[in-house]
Design a binder for this molecule. Structure first.
Ligand code: ATP
Ligand code: MG
Length: 565
């Protein structure tokens, strides 16, 4: 089963491998996956890839499948309840459900402690008093083996005692750590006696002050998987070198209810944005965006507020597929998936972003006619609406050129253009203010060119533009969002100082007052529209109100990235 309505189930190396396991009836044919975010920031579109994979598998292999949501909350200093709440909301919004399978690694602290004691008892872990700097040096390099710590051969009894005292809070942070005793000469640095417990005198958002020693991710993660009966632990490529440690722990600890295995896939990297939570946090903390849900952010809450849909994101994740090699995905592909979905569901309206007045000099004063327009030509059931048309209109200033360049088929002095779904007009006069700015166009309309009428022997009018009736139009705030960065790879291009913020696009937000047809005045927040010929727009969930709508540009109709001049 696919996570996109009506699409076939995708095939890739991970799904093939899992299918083989199921066909061979390994784990009694069950597929149990997990999505394990660390609650230290908001989720981003990269996480959506992992969510769609893990939860998607639980749908694909149902009913003998499920996916857990597990908070990897082993680092108390960076975690907050706000993040936990936002992560749950985002996973649900994407369309997935963990059912009763919500877990926190912190729920296993007592069990982890027991496993650590067990390793000590087996002679597979020891307390090391070296300073972090000494440990770093004695760990060796890729070309040189590490040197054993002077504490490596402490007796089991001494280690048990020291570890218990670490737990009791007798030592300061950094005074000592618990290390797994594996192989100081291993070519894999992760196996050179990795630290598995550290002292942190910190308050934890769930366990409070009960603990002052906390397990490391590499220790907690495989053991959490095993405790929950996870069958397939899927993570991103940077954990590939940690896999031997994952396997070592699963083999070395007795009494685990299951023996999961880990496989890796390439993380999503997207052009014109940054993705790591640390960098996103910096944008928020430094006030470079309005918050985690700023519609320019690649966070799920940002793109939700911008008007991206869950269907579009799931379809994007399926389109990019899974690979074993790092790659870079063009933001244009994501935008394409968004357009595809919005095209199906967005109500069409007329809006003029940069208005210029047009007076139809031969149209009767005071007359108003109503043009019947389809709400969505892709969906007949969406019905029709009446849009007022009168003597004074607004058109977009982009649709007029005083000195038209070759190939410009819209309005120009003496030129003719079709007003969409109405009739053709000819520009007879250009009115300017003292500064030479065009303030009004005077035009005549041709009644013989109304919709459905084909006058004989008349040259075809090439351009068609949209319009709104001036007396009926409503003024609305429109936020024109564009890419957050001016370069495709801000992190890679940042160079020595690593300061990616120098590539922030100063034109990533422009606010205009647009003239819009009256039908949308009472629009509810969180509703998507297509402004015909312009793009897709979404009434802002926070700032928009019926009677006073505020629109976010979700995406332009075509790929048209505006870089700052
Ligand atoms: P970041 O590097 O953005 O801080 P992270 O890997 O530290 O992300 P976690 O909360 O640990 O974030 O991630 C939860 C899960 O999401 C992990 O299994 C991780 O592999 C996956 N994940 C994170 N970023 C991406 C990405 N860009 N593409 C695919 N999966 C991702
Ligand atoms: Mg992480």
């Amino acid at each position: 089963m696919s996570v996109v309505p009506d699409a076939p189930a995708p095939l890739d190396f991970i799904r093939e491998m899992i299918k083989e396991d199921v066909d061979a009836n390994r784990n009694d044919g069950w597929v149990i996956t997990r999505f394990p975010p660390e609650p230290n920031g908001y989720l981003h579109i990269g996480h959506a890839k992992s969510i769609c994979l893990n939860f998607g598998l639980s749908l694909q292999f149902a009913p003998n499948a499920r996916c857990h949501l597990r908070f990897d909350d082993t680092n108390p200093t960076k975690e907050e309840v706000e993040y936990v709440d936002s992560i749950k909301e985002d996973v649900k919004w994407l369309g997935f459900d963990w059912g009763d399978h919500l877990f926190y690694a912190s729920d296993y602290f007592e069990k982890f402690y027991g496993f650590a004691v067990q390793l000590i008892e087996k002679g597979l872990a020891y307390v090391d008093d070296q300073t972090p700097e000494q440990m770093r040096v004695s760990r060796g390099t890729l070309t040189e083996p590490g040197k054993p710590s002077p504490d490596r051969d402490r007796s089991v009894a001494e280690n048990i005692d020291l570890f218990a005292r670490m737990k009791k809070g007798e030592f300061k942070e950094g005074a000592c750590v618990l290390r797994a005793k594996i192989d100081m000469a291993s070519p894999n640095l992760n196996l050179r006696d990795p630290v598995i417990y550290r002292i942190l005198h910190a308050h934890h958002h769930r366990t409070g002050d009960a603990w002052c020693i906390y397990p490391m991710y590499d220790f907690a993660h495989p053991l959490s998987d095993a405790l929950e009966g996870i069958t397939h632990s899927l993570c991103t490529l940077e954990f590939e070198h940690h896999r031997p440690l994952y396997e070592w722990l699963i083999q070395s600890v007795d009494g685990l209810p299951s023996k999961p295995y880990q496989r890796e896939f390439a993380r999503l990297n997207l052009t014109y944005t940054v993705m790591s939570k640390r960098k996103l946090l910096r944008l928020v903390k430094d006030g470079l965006v309005s918050g985690w849900d700023d519609p320019r952010m690649p966070t799920i809450s940002g793109i939700r507020r911008r008007g991206y849909t869950p269907v579009a994101i799931r379809s994007f994740c399926e389109t990019i597929g899974l690979t074993k090699y790092p790659g870079l995905t063009d933001l244009a592909l994501l935008e394409h998936c968004v357009r595809e979905d919005l095209n199906r569901c967005a109500q069409r309206v007329y809006a003029v972003l940069r208005p210029i007045r047009v007076v139809l000099t031969n149209y009767p004063e005071g007359k108003v006619e109503f043009v019947e327009l389809a709400n969505n030509p892709e969906d007949e059931s969406s019905g029709k609406r009446l849009v007022p048309l009168s003597r004074t209109l607004y058109i977009d200033s982009d649709d007029f050129m005083e000195n038209p360049s070759a190939g410009f088929f819209r309005l120009s002095p003496g030129g003719e253009v079709r007003l969409k779904y109405a009739f053709c007009i000819i520009c007879t006069e250009v009115v300017k203010d003292e500064g030479g700015q065009v303030v009004e166009l005077r035009c005549t309309y041709d009644d013989a060119t109304r919709r459905g009428v084909k006058p004989e022997g008349r040259p075809k009018v090439k351009g068609t533009i949209h319009w709104v009736s001036a007396e009926h139009a409503v003024d609305v705030e429109v936020r024109l969002y564009d890419r957050l960065f001016t370069v495709a790879q801000p992190e890679a291009d940042a160079g020595e100082d690593g300061d990616f913020t120098k590539f922030m696009n100063p034109a990533s937000l422009e606010v205009v007052t647009a003239k819009i047809e009256p039908s949308v005045k009472e629009a509810a927040p969180g509703k998507v529209y297509q402004f015909e010929r312009v793009g897709y727009f979404f009434t802002d969930p926070k700032d928009s109100k019926p009677g006073n709508p505020v629109f976010n540009r979700t995406v332009t109709l075509k790929d048209s990235f505006v870089k700052a001049k």
